[in-house]
Design a protein around this ligand. Structure first.
Ligand code: G6P
Length: 608
């Protein structure tokens, strides 16, 4: 997720000032590097955020239009050369892009064969080169842009500019948001309305597959196939902060609702359906070494640790490699037995958690192969591990991790395919998992449509001070995560337990004031979880249960039931955790708490 801001005006405003001021309100979208292009003045790029860019911009850097960008890296390290804008070989076409181009390698190879040279490692750089190529043929910027946009696959929010027509901007959207601002003798393109609001409240939201052509006095909306669309601007009443949250009250809710897109982005270009496997650049690099390992130790903290527990079940069942999952803070201080046939895999959203980083350093000292599943490109763990896989989940702002957890599970499933197909997994098994992975975004959308019912449920139970979460096998870590989410943001006592372990302690706490949230999908331990629910009922404990659509048993013994679509057992945590995240969110909201910034907690724990 990156931030895009572009401006064209004929009212005397300095585009550089408008763009730099506006970029600040997009910083929440990630800021590992920034850049600005003004046709009359040139281009300036830098690692860092808007402050760093501002320092590099000289006083005489002025013009009437321009494009600017804040980058959150997905392909290529966060360096100056990978920062946007990117330009064509002849430096005529300039582009800022948010998203991931799925077929960039293929297009890049084609362009190289036509004589193009590239200066960055970014997938985005192919876009201006493609437009340049089409411009040779069409001799028309709009036509060339449309032809290029029809060639790229993946997600994009784009703003582009042609030096030959400097007052014209072209925007396009596929999966990454784009808002057009309509002012007096000025037009804007942005990733959300927040940088536009100081200038105008009139906006046009582009839909997927739409393109907009803007000049200071006019904007036209087209489909990718060039047919025109009539769309009147709407007046928005949001303030800048609401605009950043997509109109939601908190980042946490926005991030939970992003789950379907996150799953698609994490899988993009990595799932090979017809071969039942995955292509993960980071693992390709160490493919040989991975064949030789005989053990994996996953190290992580917090929510990332719980993703690791699901990974253990996946990898052991389908790849047959022994896996241990360890709290990074424990691993680094005991005397772990590790050797060169051990892979130590760090899972971390930030890539900066000190305990996880130190665990990787300890593993390196002992000659283990070190790997990472990290969301933040260029973070310390990614610089120190031997190899790794990025989540591509976009920045996560809310302290309580939600979408990063989902993407960690998806990467673990992709890794399981990769490691499994290197070993005992058959092509048929691989294909089934790949097919089911592909269906997850649609199923997540269906779950999220049920948001209101979960809100009502959270309100109903919000007076309770204690909660027990139960789950078993793949959904044991989901129960732990459900409890962790409630603890983190609601400050109430919540315990996650394995359903089979309940009678060894927690059952003693159960009475009519102590509710249980049971995760009981149709899987290989469904009946076992059902019997745990019955034991809770026998002690008069209230029960909320999550089960699979079409179930008729759970409603007979639970007070409240949440239904989720069926998937294969190993992927079920990716669906089941979402209602638990929503439950915790609405529970905390009902209590009037600061959901995004819970007391005493930090997003990234870089101290011991
Ligand atoms: C903190 C955050 C959690 C997160 C954990 C690990 O406790 O509040 O949400 O799961 O750190 O962070 P990491 O960045 O390593 O995934």
């Amino acid at each position: 997720m990156c931030g895009i801001f572009a401006y064209t005006g004929s009212n005397g405003k300095n585009a550089a000032k408008v763009l730099l001021d506006g970029l600040v309100s997009l910083e929440y979208r990630g800021y590992d590097s920034a850049g600005i292009f003004i046709p009359e003045a040139g281009v300036i790029k830098t690692p860092g955020a808007v402050g760093a860019l501002r320092k590099k911009v000289p006083k005489n850097f002025k013009g009437k239009s321009g494009i600017a960008h804040l980058r959150w890296a997905t392909h290529g390290e966060p360096t100056e050369k990978n920062a946007h804008p990117h330009w064509s070989g002849d430096k005529e076409i300039w582009v800022v892009h948010n998203g991931i181009i799925e077929n960039w390698q293929e297009l890049r190879a084609k362009l190289i064969s036509k004589g193009h040279t590239f200066v960055s490692d970014s997938d985005s750089e192919i876009i201006p080169h493609l437009v340049e190529e089409h411009l040779k043929k069409h001799k028309n910027f709009e036509k060339a842009a449309l032809a290029a946009l029809n060639e790229i696959r993946g997600t994009f929010g784009i703003a582009m500019q042609y030096k030959g027509e400097p007052d014209k901007l072209i925007a396009a959207r596929m999966g990454s948001p784009i808002v057009i601002g309509v002012g007096k003798n000025e037009r804007f393109i942005a990733s959300d309305a927040s940088p536009i609001l100081p200038h105008t409240k009139k906006v046009v939201f582009l839909e997927d597959g739409e393109v907009a052509i803007l000049t200071p006095d006019k904007h036209t909306v087209l489909k990718l196939n060039a047919t025109k669309i009539q769309r009147e601007p709407e007046e928005i009443e949001w303030n800048a902060e609401q605009a950043q949250k997509g109109g939601h009250e908190h980042f946490m809710l926005k991030e939970i609702l992003e789950a379907p897109l996150v799953v698609e982005d994490t899988m993009r270009g990595r799932l090979i359906l017809n071969k039942g496997t995955s292509k993960l650049g980071g693992l390709d690099k160490v493919e040989k070494k991975l064949k030789e390992i005989d053990r994996i130790i996953i190290v992580a903290c917090g929510t990332a640790y719980l993703a690791g527990l699901v990974g253990e079940y996946m990898i052991e069942e389908f790849a047959g490699i022994p896996v241990e999952v360890e709290l990074a803070s424990e691993f680094r201080y005991r005397k772990p037995v590790v050797n060169k046939r051990t892979a130590v895999l760090a899972i971390s959203q930030s890539g900066e958690t000190l305990d996880t980083l130190e665990a990787i350093r300890e593993a390196k000292r002992q000659n283990a192969l070190t790997l990472g599943i990290v969301n933040t490109v260029g973070s310390t763990i990614t610089r120190e591990d031997d190899s790794g896989v990025y989540n591509h989940a976009g920045p996560e702002i809310s302290v309580a991790s939600t979408k990063a957890f989902i993407s960690q599970l998806v990467v673990l499933a992709l890794m399981t395919l990769f490691l499994g197909r290197q070993r005992k997994m058959t092509a048929a098994q691989g294909k089934e998992i790949a097919r089911e992975l592909k269906k997850l975004p649609g199923k997540l959308k269906a779950i999220l449509e049920n948001e209101k019912a979960i809100e009502t449920l959270a309100k109903k139970y919000s007076h309770h001070r204690d909660f027990l979460f139960l789950g078993r096998k793949y959904n044991y870590p989901v129960a732990l995560e459900g409890a962790l989410k409630l603890k983190e943001i609601s400050y109430i006592h919540a315990e996650g337990y394995g359903a089979g372990e309940m009678k060894h302690g927690p059952l003693a706490m159960i009475d009519e004031n102590f509710p249980t949230f049971a995760v009981a999908p149709h899987d290989s331990v469904y009946e076992k979880v059902l019997s745990a629910i019955q034991q809770v009922r026998a002690r008069k404990g209230p029960v909320i249960a999550l089960t699979t659509e079409g179930d008729s048993e759970v409603q007979k013994i639970a007070d409240d039931v949440i239904y989720v679509p069926q998937t294969i057992e190993m992927l079920s945590p990716i669906l089941n955790v979402v209602p638990l995240q929503l439950f915790a969110y609405y529970f905390a909201k009902e209590k009037g708490l600061n959901v995004d910034r819970p007391r005493n907690l930090a997003k990234s724990v870089t101290v011991e």
